[in-house]
Design a protein. Structure first.
Lengths: 422, 354
């Protein structure tokens, strides 16, 4: 009997010991989503969910560089605490995003995350990040569904998700205008690969083009991994569109562009690629067929950006591999400034950070001076969590210099911040 | 046909016969709708046909590796797609080097021969090592064992080459001599597609000559018929099996380069998986273990994949027909297994081979 009583006491004490630390940590916390307590000598942990491996790791490399430079500008220090960056590989798939988010959510010291790169990865990450009370600020997601709260309409936005990249609806609208007015196209075909990023953009371009009284003659898709595009190109050739909008990733975009030259009926058709093709490997891998293709991509300019670019060259010794490093730089600063503004500093140097407070601080961002423009975070669906002003966008035309002389980036064909349609 | 009309009615036969009728009707109606609508021009059909023939000849070259190994060991070497990848992926670096020095465009024929020889040697080495390390110790074990080993070897090779060359995509440089088109009337056929077909056909004929007209070919046929008797006749079985793997590997490596000239993009560690599966389908279509069957199966599969979606599926009003290309290929496999398990040119297998 006595032995049993001792056992019960032992279990009770053990239970209380296990429960005590969280109670103690939450003792000073009034935040409904809980708090992150950073001890006097502990670092502030910032997470990143980026595509570190795989075929499009250049995008992860580009944005990770932007994050690191933003941290370096603060000497990796915030509120007298060292900043520790934890990078998880989100790949470019929903499963990858889910795994990366689970790893970050399992660590109670992570205050927020930069990422993901791909919209598909964001779809996997958002529910977990949102449920855990954290925030994520994406530097290169563009799928309109990610900021749409209407689940019935395919939306997947949940509280805690923000992005500094432009919404595909805005990008799609601008590219449709470019096709209709700058290229004077009357007919359009779109091709995606089922990825939320490519599908969202293709739909946005088609919708706006139709609103501009253009004819959308073909809306189709290829499978990821397809190498033979002759079949879909023939289907498109039957319709003889003036422009084909193809926001595919490599290598499908390479196959599509290269095989188009062999299809009768598409000799005069113009291709517009998405930002997934805005990488130096696209002309390199596509070869001569890439000449004359238009690709949309981020365009950032200004004195502050030039300084960051110079810092990039100093740190990494080469040009950024893609165009989203400035968005990642802004995303990191947005998070750190929000932390700085809401953190409660104790006498012993420890910090208490409320998770809902971080969300509220980022959501309240208005006219924030970033590299990519003046950022204002919106709360209205279908733009919930969109912080980008949408001005850092241009259309580039690939020339022989990009294909044969390793020139990058290509010349600007249309700068949406400057050029206007009559 | 129509066995269910006989006295011995069987629901299985009845279902298969109904399936036959439905398929034939579907193909006829779809093709009729497409052709009568005239929406695809003759020039576009020729484009599809030429692309399909080129793709099919690459499938055929890879399929020969499956069929040779099956013919001699009665095993499906599911790592053969990776043998193809090994040659193609390794040679892309040689091609880049030849392009940088200007040799590729100054002496295109020599350069292509050099690339084929290099890719062939790499793939041959991989295939021989595979046989020696992974399959030979399992000879005589139940047939499921080498099959599972082959799947494991496939993953092993993929990730070994990923480790060696990285996970990014590479592309073969363009060869100027293969650019442009051959114009016949109002029809244009890309030079590269003609080259791909001719090169593949030449390699297939070489293999046929090797198997039918040489001593080693005779030894391969003997081992294929009966290993024990062949051993009693003084044939070194192990050497013949190794040689067979080597020849299959060489053809796969050559197919890698030819594929690189035809579709230069998308060279990476995973590039062998789908062509490998398709080539296996082609080998079964033609009659596994039958060399001319593998050639015919490859060409047939390439053509069906290229023409089928636009000819049949689009005619039946199925949306996104081009996305169902793989469905057509694998449906063909299922249909062959149901209606003619021995393949187009194959004979009924004996109990030991079935």
């Amino acid at each position: 009997m006595l032995t049993n009583f001792r056992r019960i006491c032992f279990v009770l004490v053990l239970f209380l010991m296990l429960m005590l630390p969280p109670f103690r940590a939450d003792a000073h916390c009034d935040d409904p989503l809980g708090c992150v307590e950073v001890g006097p000598d502990d670092p502030i942990v910032v997470g990143a969910m980026l595509v570190v491996s795989g075929a499009i790791n250049y995008l992860g490399e580009d944005t990770l560089g932007g994050v690191e430079l933003a941290l370096l500008a603060r000497d990796y220090t915030l509120l007298d605490h060292e900043i520790e960056l934890v990078v998880e590989d989100s790949l470019c798939t929903a499963e990858g995003g889910q795994t990366a988010a689970q790893r970050l959510a399992a660590d109670p010291t992570v205050v927020g995350a930069i990422g993901t790169n791909c919209s598909s990865a964001a779809q996997g990450a958002i529910p977990i990040i949102s449920e855990s009370g954290m925030v994520m600020i994406a530097p290169s997601n563009t799928s309109p569904s990610l900021t749409n709260e209407d689940i019935a309409a395919g939306g997947s936005h949940l509280p805690g998700y923000f992005r500094t990249s432009q919404n595909g609806l805005i990008e799609g609208m601008r590219l449709a205008e470019f096709a209709a007015f700058a290229l004077e196209a009357e007919t359009l075909a779109t091709v995606h690969d089922g990825d939320p990023y490519t599908e969202g953009l293709a739909q946005a371009v088609a919708r706006t083009f139709a609103d501009l009284e253009g004819a959308v003659v073909f809306e189709g898709a290829v499978n990821k991994g397809d190498t033979d595009m002759a079949s879909i190109l023939t289907e498109i050739a039957v319709q003889q569109p003036d422009v084909i909008y193809v926001p595919l990733f490599e290598p499908e975009s390479n196959f599509f562009a290269a095989q188009m030259q062999h299809i009768a009926g598409l000799e005069d058709t113009i291709i517009i690629g998405g930002a997934a093709s805005f990488t130096s490997s696209f002309p390199e891998n596509t070869g001569e067929s890439a000449v004359g293709i238009y690709v949309s991509g981020p365009l950032v300019s200004g004195e502050s950006y030039d300084e960051v670019l110079a810092q990039w060259h100093e740190e990494y010794g080469s040009a950024p591999p893609s165009g989203y490093h400035a968005h990642a730089y802004d995303a990191t600063n947005l998070l750190l400034d929000a932390l700085e503004s809401i953190a409660e500093i104790k006498d012993d140097g420890s910090i208490v950070i409320g998770r809902q407070a971080i969300r509220d601080a980022i959501a309240a961002t208005e006219d924030y001076p970033g590299l990519t423009g003046r950022l204002t975070c919106r709360e209205d669906s279908p733009f919930a969590g969109d912080c980008s002003p949408g001005t850092a966008l241009a259309v580039f035309e690939i020339t022989e210099a990009e294909v044969f002389d390793d020139n990058w980036p290509p010349p600007i064909a249309w700068n949406f911040a400057v050029d206007t349609f009559e | 046909m129509f066995k269910w009309r006989t006295d011995e009615f069987s629901w299985v036969d009845f279902t298969i016969d109904v399936l036959r009728v439905v398929i034939v009707l579907g193909v006829v109606i779809g093709a009729w709708n497409t052709l009568s609508s005239g929406r695809i021009s003759f020039a576009q059909w020729v484009n599809l046909f030429a692309a399909g023939l080129s793709q099919g000849s690459i499938y055929a070259l890879i399929a020969l590796g499956y069929t040779l190994v099956y013919g001699i060991l009665l095993m499906i070497n599911f790592a053969h797609g990776e043998v193809f990848m090994a040659g193609a992926f390794s040679t892309v670096f040689l091609a880049e080097a030849l392009n940088r020095t200007g040799f590729l465009n100054a002496q295109p024929l020599l350069a292509i021969l050099l690339m084929i020889a290099f890719a062939g040697l790499v793939s041959m080495s991989v295939a021989i090592l595979l046989e020696r390390i992974a399959y030979r110790p399992l000879r005589g074990s139940p047939r499921l064992v080498p099959l599972i080993t082959a799947i494991g070897a496939s993953f092993f090779l993929q990730y070994t080459f990923r480790g060696l060359y990285g996970s990014g995509f590479k592309a073969y440089p363009g060869v100027n001599a293969l650019q442009g088109v051959i114009k016949i009337g109002g029809i244009s056929i890309p030079v590269v597609q003609v080259f791909v077909f001719c090169a593949a056909l030449f390699l297939m004929l070489c293999l046929y000559w090797l198997v039918e007209r040489t001593r080693i070919g005779k030894a391969m046929r003997a081992v294929s018929e009966n290993k024990e008797v062949a051993r009693l006749m003084g044939i070194d079985i192990d050497w013949v099996i190794m040689f067979t793997f080597g020849i299959g590997g060489f053809l796969a490596g050559s197919a890698g380069v030819i594929n690189g000239l035809f579709r230069p993009q998308g060279v990476n560690f995973y590039m062998g998986f789908i062509p490998g599966i398709k080539a296996f389908t082609a080998a079964v279509l033609g009659g596994i273990g039958n060399i001319p069957g593998a050639m015919l199966g490859g060409l047939f599969l390439g053509l069906i994949e290229a023409i089928g979606p636009n000819l049949v599926l689009a005619g039946l009003g199925i949306p996104g027909a081009n996305q169902l290309k793989d469905v057509i290929a694998f449906t063909m496999l299922v249909l062959v297994l149901i209606f003619r398990p021995q393949g187009i040119l194959g004979e009924r297998l004996s109990e030991t081979k079935a």
